[in-house]
Design a protein around this ligand. Structure first.
Ligand code: GRF
Length: 191
């Protein structure tokens, strides 16, 4: 099972996935990290994990269409089963959505459809909710809108600040993403 991980930033979900995949006996191969920020920490993490990296900024291309066409061309050398977005901060356009229809998954740090967008943790905290959570879902043309694969609730404690809440949410993410990947592989009969 060949997967590509897309990420833009810190890459804790990237590292957690690599560690759990390596510790499992599942025949999953992370064929590449795709990253739109060459300076991002996740690029270093990929080098350390000896995962090939494709990293280019959108600015190097005419537009998003050309950018994603380059990614598609790069990925065509592998038989890729799934694209895993793990903190990838770009909206996926129809180029990749049609090339990998039903094969792109994302993780979001809130209970979708509540608090979509870039600031899922902060927005939930600011709204004063007593619980929020994590969602793994298929990617469609919208922002954080595709069919849900798995969700897990995270309580907001009276003593929480953004950082303590974010820490607990990330811990849940790191387990839920791997579990969801296993679920998708099973549902799609990939293994
Ligand atoms: C995670 O909270 C994820 O849900 C969101 O972006 C964040 C990425 O964090 N989509 P990291 O780069 O994996 O540490």
């Amino acid at each position: 099972i060949n997967v590509a991980i897309f990420a833009s930033g810190t890459g804790t979900n990237f590292s957690a996935l690599i560690a759990k995949i390596n510790a499992s006996d599942l025949p999953i191969k992370v064929i590449s990290l795709i990253c739109d920020h060459p300076e991002a920490q996740v690029v270093q993490r990929a080098h350390e994990a000896k995962i090939p990296v494709w990293t280019h900024t959108l600015k190097e291309f005419n537009d998003k269409h050309d950018y994603e066409t380059a990614i598609e061309t790069y990925l065509a050398q592998f038989k890729v089963d799934l694209l895993i977005l793990a903190g990838y901060m770009k909206i996926v356009s129809p180029v990749l959505l049609s090339a990998f229809s039903g094969q792109i998954i994302n993780i979001h740090p809130a209970m979708l459809p509540k608090f979509p967008g870039r600031h899922g943790i902060e927005d939930a905290f600011a709204a004063g909710v007593t619980s929020t959570g994590v969602t793994v879902h298929y990617v469609d043309t919208g922002v954080d809108t595709g069919p849900i694969i798995a969700q897990q609730v995270v309580e907001v404690l009276p003593t929480d600040d953004i950082d303590s809440l974010a820490t607990r949410i990330h811990r849940v993410e790191h387990q839920l993403y791997f579990d969801s990947l296993c679920k998708v592989i099973e549902q799609k009969h990939l293994s």
